[in-house]
Design a protein around this ligand. Sequence first.
Ligand code: ATP
Length: 631
Amino acid sequence: ARSRLPTLLNVEGAGQCIAVLTSGGDAQGMNAAIRAVVRMGIYAGARVFTVWEGYQGLVDGGDNIKEVRWEDMSGIIQLGGTVIGSARCEDFKSRKGRLTAAKNMVTLGITNLIVIGGDGSLTGANLFRQEWQELLEELVETGAVTEKMAKENNHLNIVGMVGSIDNDFCGTDMTIGADSALHRIFEAVDAITTTASRHELKCLVIFCVLFVFFQFCCLCCLNQIVGNFQIFTEKWFDCMEFCASLNSHQRTFVLEGMGRHCGYLALVTGLGVGADYVRNSGRRLCMIIVAEGAQDVAGNPVTANDIKELVKTKLHHDARVTMLGHVQRGGVPSAFDRILSCRMGAEAALAVLDAKPDTAPCVICLDGNKVTKRPLVECVNRTLAVKEATKAKDFEKVVELRGRTFRSNIEIFKVLKEVEPPASSQCDISGNCKSGHTLAVINIGAPAGGMSTAVRAFVRFSLYQGHRVFGIRDGINGLFDDKVEQLGWLHVDAWAWAGGSKLGTTRTLPSKDMQKVAEKLSKHGIQGLLVIGGFENCDRIKQSASSATRRVFVVECMGGYCGYLATMSALASGADAAYIFEEKLTLRDLKNNIEHLIDKMKGSVRRGLILRYERSFVFLRYLDRLAQFSF
Ligand code: ATP
């Protein structure tokens, strides 16, 4: 099997020991990262140890540092939290604690340490590495370790991964756990909006009341907040009065989320749920999302209960508080977090084994969609600089330090959230523009989640930049029937959270009628066309019921001629094999896979999982026979 991964693995782990620990607050996806470290480490030939209860385990030693086998990592990828425990450890903050930790590591021959935690944990790891030589000298002097042992372990390699639901670490676009936390918040927002607004038109107002990002994240009148909380509340009430003036039967939900002093969770929630007004009459639901670190510009905390009281006393609205609390840390990790953790964990194991004495400690980061290594010290320093800039209320600097993606999220949010086109917009609310181009958007193929969200973003951004936008209903057939309508700002109001395709879509391909397509585009004066869609792009999973007996599940996924869904699902679910169209398998490969499953089933693991992509050359019937034959 190893020969199938030549590009992935050119490091040699034989003779090396790796320890992995989780530290600080736990986050969904940590288990997937531990599993990936362990398995990639073993695969490379290294011995891998898990350290229980974070740095405390390293200091306490003994059973807290356990060598693990490949199969010990079975069945943990889908679990939230961390199976090896996490802790905050005062002992490790002292040199004495780190000296004991070094002794425990040297005794086991561990010179590669992978830390999954927040900036505090990674700072501690860096300090540990800097002190390593001195710690060894002291251990030799006191006779705690021999000179030979010290010589054999004279260098410590450190690699970090950031596990944090807050996404507050500079250098990576996403931290492990942030996406799952977003899922929990979205589920809560969806649950509240559906119960409270059944059969009713909604006025969904999301106030992302953030410590550092008032001016970016708050809807309505909160864009230019200066002064103190009093000023903030006056402006806020202007806005609420406006909303109330539309209809007095209003209920306000105040939802407090986590995120500490980082606005990411609240900001992206604002983006994803499409906070907005609907101007029609009808009963309205107002929702206010408060980040846990929310403060006014004078530094006074703004809590969910403060806001509730203000809503009640000043606006006489019914107001309810929902504290999301640890719900956000809980539950299963999202597919994104599992895949991210697998990729990061594997990279971390390779990076630590590949490190030379002069290699600087690194953090495994996500840059766009690419997993990369960045210098740990630089990332930690930037993260600390954010804290300083936050204290100094230098918000522009905070945003700059948080990075490109954060800034782009803010900018997109600022435009999309508006009730009507921002003052700087080149088009009016109905979509009439003084100049600019004429653009159109069409959905083609199977409906898929996110299509309408993308249309909404396209329409509003185009209008903002001064371009007229047409929506083409019902795909290519709609274009032929002239179902082409001009879209204004409010047309796409509630489309952010709509499933499927609000524009309507059909599977007709324009291949034979290109001439007609061109005529229609020309007739409507369309100069630019955005096509959103594709074929076979929704997944279908067939899975048998679970059972206590040993059983191999064969799951079939869709995906056209692209094995993406099967490969990603295999990564996220920890499958034993994935058969895809792009990879031509031999009978020998199949036989190896089956033998692997048989071996696995001989132990304590009772479940096997094979993902077969619908157009794979491996037939379901064949797999079924093989599986029955073998088990
Ligand atoms: P989270 O983001 O969840 O708070 P974190 O890693 O930032 O995670 P901290 O409580 O700051 O959480 O750190 C976790 C542990 O890392 C500490 O309890 C301590 O053991 C170790 N640690 C943190 N900072 C240092 C430091 N400067 N020196 C040595 N060890 C440290």
